[in-house]
Ligand binder design. Structure first.
Ligand code: TPP
Length: 341
């Protein structure tokens, strides 16, 4: 009988490893290939960064509560975030969409309004793409291109023992926002007359519907001449993503529970859902904040930024990956973030 392996048994990253195990690098200009937030090529002497992300209706967004303008903005922002994660400056995007005939021209225009707003925000050009039809809802694929200033791109694999682990912004808010929107959707479907109760939750709703890539932080790090030893963006959740840095760098880590930046709105929402703010921050995903490590000598500069929190430090691989609670209890960090399959 023909062998049949379930994709779920491998997971997203196992599947990628499996499919690319025989992929060869033929061009001397390929500086960094599959496995990081973006690839890096030497394009006639300039280091160019390239990344692609797909957004699929029903998997990445629900049009019942996602305004199309926000969706257009988010499709660009999440790709720009991957470029930022290499310490690069985004310059261009291509956009491919598969549209169901449920959508009107006006609806697609609204989506493009968001795309153009993001291009303006991040100072990038939309330079091409593809448009086709879909029988199964809306598919969006963006390819983003960026350039490395100062020949110093940052990968996931350079973290060293005793480096400090930093993240930008706050964590868990997008997850809390998603839970709120899903709850209000369920209530609305059961009682169509009821108005959604989203008042005073603008931060968490904003984080899920209209995230921002942290280009501001990349620029700040460049101004301060801080080169992180490793970096990625947090899309699947801190617990999953810090493991990527530790595995790629062959290290362990300690994360301090009490140092995780969690917005009061996130904590409040978590409580309503019987969760802890910490579990939203660790396992929620879609934060699109930057997660990076710096050498201790950069600490004095890092503390100058209100946008950055130091949340832990890198240890030797044998020490494993742990969360340290305020009470001094050590819990093994398990990747419990978003799983694509
Ligand atoms: N279901 C809906 C309808 N909307 C959502 N936003 C989610 C689930 C949650 N969700 C979708 S994708 C994702 C999460 C938490 C994680 C990031 O997606 P991925 O495709 O892995 O992004 P990448 O790492 O490629 O940037």
């Amino acid at each position: 009988m023909e062998q049949r392996t379930e994709i779920a048994s491998m997971g997203e990253f196992g599947l990628i490893d499996h499919l690319t195990r025989n992929n060869e690098t033929r061009q001397a200009s390929t500086l960094l290939s599959i496995g990081d937030d973006a690839a890096v090529i030497d394009h006639f002497g300039r280091q160019t960064v390239i990344s692609t992300d797909i957004l699929v209706e029903g998997v990445h967004f629900d049009l019942m509560y996602t305004p199309l303008k926000h969706l257009g903005y988010k499709a660009v922002a999440v790709n720009v975030s991957d470029i930022c994660a290499m310490m690069a400056t985004p310059t261009h995007i291509t956009l491919s969409i598969a549209l169901s005939n449920r959508m009107s021209v006006e609806a697609v225009e609204e989506f493009y309004e968001g795309v153009y707003a993001a291009c303006e925000q991040y100072n990038i050009d939309l330079i091409g793409g593809d448009t086709t039809s879909s029988q199964k809802g809306l598919f969006i694929s963006v390819t983003a291109i960026g350039e490395i200033r100062n020949d110093q791109f940052v990968t996931r694999s350079g973290a060293k023992v005793n480096d400090l682990i930093c993240c930008t912004g706050d964590l868990g808010a997008a997850y809390a926002g998603l839970q709120l929107l899903e709850r209000e959707k369920r209530i609305f479907l059961e009682n169509p007359g009821v108005q959604p109760d989203l008042q005073q939750k603008s931060h968490i709703i904003g984080k899920i519907l209209k995230p921002e890539a942290r280009l501001d932080v990349v620029e700040w790090l460049q101004e301060q001449q801080i080169v992180p030893t490793s970096m990625m963006d947090i899309s699947d959740g801190l617990s999953s993503d810090i493991l990527h840095i530790c595995r790629a760098s062959e290290t362990g880590c300690i994360i301090y529970d009490e140092k995780l930046p969690i917005d009061p709105e996130t904590k409040e929402m978590a409580q309503e859902f019987g969760l802890s703010g910490t579990s939203c921050a660790l396992n929620g995903g879609e934060d699109y904040e930057l997660l990076f490590t710096i050498s201790q000598s950069d600490y004095d500069k890092i503390v100058l930024s209100e946008k950055i929190s130091v949340i832990g430090y890198i240890t030797a691989a044998e020490e494993g990956m742990h969360l340290l609670t305020r009470q001094g209890n050590k819990h093994k960090l398990v990747a419990q973030g978003w799983q694509a399959f």
